[in-house]
Design a protein around this ligand. Sequence first.
Ligand code: WQD
Length: 337
Amino acid sequence: MRILVTGGTGYIGSHTVLSLQEAGHDVVVIDNLVNSGEESLWRVAELSGRIAEFHYVDLVDEAAVENVFAGNGIDSVIHFAGLKAVGESVQEPLKYYHNNLVGTLNLLRVMERHGVRSIVFSSSATVYGEHNPIPYVEKMEIGANNPYGRTKEQIEDILSDLGAADTRWHIALLRYFNPVGAHPSGSFGEDPQGIPNNLVPFIAQVAVGRREKLMVYGGDYDTPDGTCLRDYIHVVDLAEGHLAALNHIADRSGVYRWNLGSGKGSSVLEVLHSFEKAVGRPIPYEITGRRAGDLPAFWADATSALADLSWSTTKTVDQMCEDHWRWQKNNPNGYKI
Ligand code: WQD
């Protein structure tokens, strides 16, 4: 099939482009390059032997999105494009609502005009909010507690309403937990702009000498070692989960929700020590105060994706850290030379 991947030059997007190409699909990428570069697609092409068709387009420009679809024979869409920093979304909510919602509405209107009614949406475990018991189950009430998470929840609502109004739509909502790692080749991976918000890219930058030490946000939580528990998932497993969802909805209309997670929680210190094993030496850290908004623990109930998609995670936290380190060691400054 011919698949449009929005945000396809990004961390999860580029890994999904490779999985799609390895499965024999043609890939078209739309990206505004606000948080990534086209270099990732060249690295992917070195492995797949095929370069994705790239369009430097911002989804908020509906006419530009229309030009990508016109005459391009797109069969389905995987929609990653969006701003995704929780803290930034609290500071600049309007930027997040405009970019994430208007971009999605433009995409859906153009899809509708071209009779493309198959979409896999990149949602997030953050939609579960702070009141649900763990493990999180898809049928639970959702209620994000930050503007970023609310854009994900609202896009889920838009897609759910669309699927209820028009049964010709085939819709998969994928709620990711904590994506980490990189393709085992070490040639492409996560390259955050500026100071990494997330744990593993920060650890990797300490290990490669770009940062002095890891600040562990809180060591006094009610968890086995006092640090927060999260459900880490290898980005290659995550990419394969998108293919599994795409295949599932290919001949099934309706709206489907799946958690993409391992079903297990790992602590900050467990991940840090796993990364130290990959690097072969201690990584400096300091336990500091808690980060506002952090939950002590959450992880997925991953049974639905296994039952419906025959998909589950295959890689361990050690493998995630080994692969993430190989990428960072080979590319100390990310894609910048
Ligand atoms: C994990 C743990 C931190 C950095 C976020 C988003 C979520 C999703 C994944 C998009 C926490 C601790 C972190 C550091 C630390 N993104 N930590 N020092 O917060 O679980 O989820 O990313 O969908 O929406 O909320 O991930 O990697 O930021 O934090 O101690 O320098 O690591 O306190 O306990 P999080 P994270």
